[in-house]
Design a binder for this molecule. Sequence first.
Ligand code: HEM
Length: 467
Amino acid sequence: MGRLQRVYDWLDARFDLDDAQTFLGKAFPAEDSFLLGEVALFCFLVLVLTGVFLGFFFEPSTSDVEYEGSVAQYQGQELPEAFVSVLNITYDVPFGMLLRRMHHWAAHLFVASIGLHMLRVFFQGAYRNPREPNWLVGSGLAGLAMFAAYTGYALPFDEFASTAVGIGYNVAKSVPVVGETLAYVVFGGEFPSSATIPRLYFLHVLVLPLAIAALIAVHMFILVRQKHTEAERGGDVEGRERVAADDDSVVVGLPAFPNQAAVSAVVFFLTLATLSLLAGFLPVHNVAEYGPNDPASTPDLIMPDWFLMWGYGFLKLIPSWMSFDLFGVHVSSEFVGGLVLPGLVFAGVFLWPFVDYEEEPTHFAASPLARPWQTAVGVAAVVFIMLASIAGMDVIVADVLGTSTAALKPYFIGLLAVGPVLAGGITYAALTGLGDDDEPPPSAADGGSPPPDRDQPKPGERGGDAP
Ligand code: HEM
């Protein structure tokens, strides 16, 4: 008996690998857009690994210490320890600059890939019965990912980032009745104070990554139990056995191992390569240039990260008459713009699978072209978020157009009210005018999706054990 076989038998006796082999042979519907979720997964892995490295050198403290690193302009100055440690990571720790940049770009790609993955799930109707629970878990992940990035943005305690993070503090404090408590829980009290950075650090390196990891585990568990949706089949599939085009009790795709595992490995290395390339060539948040946090000054331009810009847009556009008293409780425009409106957007996202509700389980992904009203709502939502984000950058827009932000405000409000309706209406008209309702939706045969049998077709029972 070979040595490898003996190792296998030893492990098999303990972990029942034969059973795992059956599991690994399960069919995995193959579609390139399904890989976006994997990109998000791998970004999270890179974030954890690079974050552990940064954790060895970052100091979560705002106490002043003397700077003795290689940035000449700060030599010998008393500066907040968090700021000093990020300068050290960037300029003095071996590989520090590369890994800090990789962490930064992985955070951006994480949020971007989550957004694109969510759009893919939305436009293909992959959230429908029985996958609503995974849509809910995914929406939670999207919120947590943005919050995790936000808490990380604050950590270097530089002038630009801490001013931008201060907007969140004001919004938290504006919540009626519980605002003070909320600001204390998230920011450790007054912002910025000596408690702020330790509190945000605790959330950033422990609470949020653990919560994200737990939700990813639930997301993957549900995915494995329910299996992927599958692209519409062009016709009957000839594999180890014949599977009818409309038979959704059987999944057609690649075996999870080794075929899909090999594809995932390629996606992993491509993600890593992209992040390394970005980190190698594109600098990130230049703390040396911004300088340490200075409560006495405000930078000319304050901006959150791009994925929070839509919420910032609401804050900019909310009219001041939205501040009022209700039954003796003060409701501020900051609360309405910074929390109520974004909260409504999130509520809409969470509730969507119950708006577009399907009584019967659906295991095939749909073509967006075959779902006019749902696609129209999706397009309107994307336009809405993009316009709100542009409104968040009103200072730059005003600068480019040579006008003032006050002059732009009514136009932005008008655009935000009309733009999405117009975009949704045009989409709906185009899709309903395009085709005959009796025609089947575009499928692999029409070039809508790649053919399901692009490799060895491998039917597997949906929800069963056998591949
Ligand atoms: C940390 C964030 C996330 C990770 C790591 C993640 C990962 C994944 C992966 C690897 C898959 C299988 C491959 C694929 O369909 O792309 C998947 C499927 C799915 N995800 Fe996510 N996801 C995340 C966030 C989200 C979000 C924000 C939503 C929606 C709000 C969502 C909803 C779904 C649904 C419904 C499926 C099943 C799709 C199908 O069967 O076709 N996920 N996710």
